[in-house]
Write a protein that binds this ligand. Structure first.
Ligand SMILES: [Zn+2]
Length: 526
């Protein structure tokens, strides 16, 4: 597999895993260092908020495999080169510099100008990531091969595309079109405008990715349309058909008329570019219908494949489903939590509903692998829902409800904090939050008021500064919402947060309620 493809796959499968690491039930008071990010399954290769710097890892580790015969690489034009080769690629990618490392061809990712199109009309160069020179030997060639300027051709009015919505788009060779679109997509996956990069290179992601994908897709469709084609197979892609493009265009045309469809656009982009390998990708599951239930658990009307879920309740724009083992009390408590959490910002409820926010409860024993969408997961606590996921998950046994006075972290509250971040904040482009949260996290860590916590991480991965920065918001808001002394190891009461982390208090109360819980307090029996 080419290195470039490997990067695409990893970046395209961002998962939103979060685990509430709870001690054994025999320790009744200390399920406090709860809820941390974790990788759920192997194919969810990159954690939602902690993304390894895969490019560096791949090139460094692969390059130093000693004593074995190293595999050759095939250039775009078909030539074979030895491992260790560096130079310019050939064929349609000849403007890029590449290196071959034991069968993996890594290249800079400029969109090469085709002969028919002037450099000025290359697909959205502003969306292309700045090529990063790996070494002097692989530095990007500074000059472009001059090509003749041509007059843009008018939009070819193929059935299924949307000339009325994007009337100024010009036709460009389809290969160039998709190369540029893939570069734009990858560039957003790599974007670190609001992310935190630790000294070891791991990344706590942050930013309005859904908004960025949406803006890129619309801008690209406004500027370009591909020439008619049968199948595109560039960049190691298994194949984009003309019909795939038509399906994608139909979503974009709707979006062009309605700015409320960021999730649909991002899903369509994932489907078009084949980033749907994750079992929980929302494109693979029909959505539950939203039915107002009030505080009543009803029989689920399940879409095909989701018959596991027999219980259903809604509140605050969020659908909550559970299997037959999930206690009704847990369903009701999950609903009460999301209703309470959104009570200061009721406008978020419509956004959650429009984006099909769903909580999949599992347990009270076992892990998330019982859920039909996540058979490869082994998450004991829960994980958040990202914009393109089918749902978030939480262990019903870790919720506090009458008859189950569970002390400690609450995975519905914790994962809903992440989910509001990934769905609502990304949708509304909440820059005020993005510009502040990681500085507050670093400041709290520096002051010693946000200690390291127990964390469920993939094998071989050590807790890094990026994990702590990435979890700061969800863990502190979780403590703030519960407002029960000792339930968390820091930030466990509102009074404590206001006194010890006042800027965080200001940020939390911008989004979350200051009024007490309807029953006076959270988890009154504990
Ligand atoms: Zn978390």
């Amino acid at each position: 597999m080419k290195l470039t493809l490997a990067l695409v796959v990893l970046i395209g499968t961002l998962a939103l895993a979060c685990s509430s690491v709870t001690p054994a039930p025999a320790e009744p008071t200390l399920n406090i260092d709860a809820t941390v990010e974790a990788k759920v399954a192997q194919e969810r290769a990159v954690d939602a908020t902690v993304q390894a710097e895969v490019s560096e890892t791949l090139s460094a580790s692969d390059a130093k495999t000693p004593g074995t015969t190293q595999a050759t690489c095939e250039l775009t034009g078909g030539e074979t080169v030895q491992s260790g080769w560096t130079g310019e690629d050939t064929g349609d990618n000849s403007c890029n510099s590449c290196f071959c490392t034991n069968g993996a061809l890594g290249c800079t990712k400029m969109a090469c100008p085709a002969h028919q199109v002037s450099p000025d009309s290359r697909p959205v160069p502003t969306h292309l990531p700045t090529p990063k020179p790996k070494s002097p030997a692989t530095r990007v060639r500074p000059t472009w091969t001059p090509v003749p300027v041509i007059t843009p051709t008018p939009w070819p009015r193929f059935k299924g595309t949307c000339p009325e919505v994007f009337p100024d788009a010009i036709s460009i060779p389809y290969k160039e079109y998709f190369d540029g679109l893939i570069d734009g997509y990858d560039g957003i996956g790599d974007r670190k405008t609001y992310s935190y990069v630790s000294p070891t290179g791991s990344v706590a992601r942050n930013g309005p990715f859904a908004t960025w994908y949406y803006e890129m897709s619309i801008a690209y469709a406004s500027a370009y349309v591909p020439t008619k084609f049968d199948v595109y197979t560039g960049r190691g892609h298994p194949g984009i058909s003309w019909q795939d493009f038509v399906d994608y265009s139909e979503v974009l045309c709707d979006a062009g008329n309605d700015e409320t469809l960021k999730r649909r656009v991002q899903l369509a982009l994932d489907v078009l570019l084949d980033h749907t390998s994750y079992t929980g990708h929302a494109s693979k599951w029909d959505a539950f219908e939203y039915i107002e239930t009030g505080a009543n658990v009803i029989d689920a009307v399940t879409p095909s494949g989701l018959e596991h879920y027999t219980k259903y309740i809604t509140g605050a724009g969020v659908i909550i489903v559970g299997g037959s083992d999930v206690p009704d009390g847990a369903m009701l408590q999950a609903r009460e939590s999301v209703v309470y959490m959104t009570s200061a910002r009721p406008e978020y409820r419509e956004i959650l509903q429009r984006n099909q926010a769903r909580i999949s409860l599992f347990g009270p024993s076992g892990d998330s692998s019982v859920l039909p969408e996540y058979p490869d997961s082994n998450e004991p606590g829960g994980f958040a829902m990202g914009m393109t996921d089918a749902s978030m998950t939480a262990n019903s046994g870790w919720l506090c409800y009458p008859g189950n006075p569970d002390r400690g972290g609450d995975p519905v509250i914790h994962e809903m904090v992440h989910t509001i971040n990934h769905i609502v904040f990304e949708d509304i482009n909440e820059v005020y939050f993005y510009e502040r949260i990681y500085d507050l996290a670093l400041s709290a860590i520096e002051k010693g008021i946000f200690p390291p916590f127990q964390q469920n991480l993939p094998e071989g991965e050590q807790q890094d500064m990026s994990h702590r920065v990435g979890e700061y918001w969800a863990m502190t808001v979780e403590g703030y919402i519960m407002d029960r002394e000792g339930f968390k190891s820091s930030h466990d009461t509102r009074e404590w947060v206001e006194e010890n982390d006042p800027e965080l208090y200001e940020l939390i109360t911008r989004y979350f309620p200051t009024e007490p819980w309807p029953d006076g307090k959270f988890c009154p029996d504990a």
